[in-house]
Design a protein around this ligand. Structure first.
Ligand code: GDP
Length: 297
């Protein structure tokens, strides 16, 4: 499929307009229609697109832009800047307690989003930073998830904790903190159960774990390939459980990354990492400027 990037499209629009001499407000509106279409195609939610376009429009129809030397270029620059500011202007790290305390992280997300894989990826990153993570299997509904976490823990050479698939997830979480104290782990990463869809019992279980062990950071994994659905999932988890940071998985797929714009705008919670593949090293810091370039093409 021939693919024209948004930047190319915009450049063409402005090139055609240049023949007419000065740019007018109408010209800018026309160009922003292209931006609107492209963002909708990239799966940015409609509400976010509308807000975004009006923010860009307000800046772009200013006298200094329209009368400037290269108004087309200026509008493209404004689009880029507004996109970055929508995603949070800088990278955000997972907030950790001092090394002599135990930081409790809870992973959550729908089944298949990439929670278990991401838990192990994060454990690896924290280990590289000198922390001593303990991966905890609280997804008792899918015995394969326990095995998967154990295998990944050994690949990452980090500690692993399970009470099998018959214990209660809250009890497992509590016991894991004791285990961490005994073994000297200073980060506990709790892998929880997901469902195919949002489900009140699942949400309640997460709230119960969170309250029982005083989770410091709740990390939500959403699948970037699901586009708009990722945004609905993020806002539901944020409302019902409370989310501190988001990981967008499967960004190595052909998703344009619209979910990155929407999830931040809708939940107000930062994107911490993006998953770039199935390997345990495939987790990258989230850079708003790089994501803006990816969406702009
Ligand atoms: P969970 O049900 O949320 O725990 O999901 P899993 O961690 O089991 O992941 C579901 C599938 O997605 C597995 O096949 C993973 O290898 C795959 N996966 C997870 N993260 C990524 C990613 O960033 N990129 C790709 N391509 N696959 C991923």
């Amino acid at each position: 499929m021939a693919f024209e990037s948004l930047t190319d499209k915009l450049q063409n629009v402005f090139r055609n307009l240049r023949g007419k001499g000065r740019l007018t407000e109408e010209d800018v509106k026309l160009a922003l229609k292209e931006v609107k279409m492209a963002l909708l195609e990239a799966d940015v939610s409609f509400k976010v697109v509308k807000q975004f376009i009006s923010a860009v429009q307000e800046r772009a129809v200013g006298e200094d832009v329209l009368n400037g030397l290269n108004p087309g270029q200026m509008v493209i620059k404004i689009v880029n800047e507004e996109m970055i500011s929508l995603m949070g202007s800088e990278t955000t790290e997972i907030k950790l307690q001092p090394t002599n305390e135990i930081t409790v992280l809870m992973m959550c997300g729908l089944q298949g989003a990439g929670k278990t894989t991401t838990a192990a990826k994060i454990a690896g990153k924290l280990k590289l930073k000198g922390r001593k993570p303990l991966l905890v299997a609280c997804d008792i509904y899918r015995p394969a998830a326990i095995d998967q976490l154990q295998i990944n823990a050994s690949k990452q050479e980090v500690d692993f904790f399970t009470l099998g698939s018959h214990a209660d997830p809250v009890d497992i979480a509590k016991a894991s903190i004791e285990e961490a104290r005994k073994k000297g782990n200073n980060v506990v990463i709790i892998d929880t159960a997901g469902r195919l869809q949002i489900d009140d019992i699942m949400m309640q279980e997460l709230v119960d774990i969170k309250n029982a062990v005083g989770v410091h950071q709740t990390l939500l994994v959403v699948d970037a390939m699901t586009g708009q659905e990722a945004v609905n999932v993020a806002s539901e988890f944020n409302e019902k459980v409370g989310v501190d940071g988001i990981i967008l998985s499967k960004m190595d797929g052909d998703s344009r990354g619209g979910a990155a714009l929407s999830t931040k705008a809708v939940t107000g919670k930062p994107i911490l990492y993006v998953g770039m593949g199935e390997k345990l090293s495939d987790l990258e810091q989230f850079y708003p400027d790089r994501m803006a370039s990816r969406i702009l093409g």
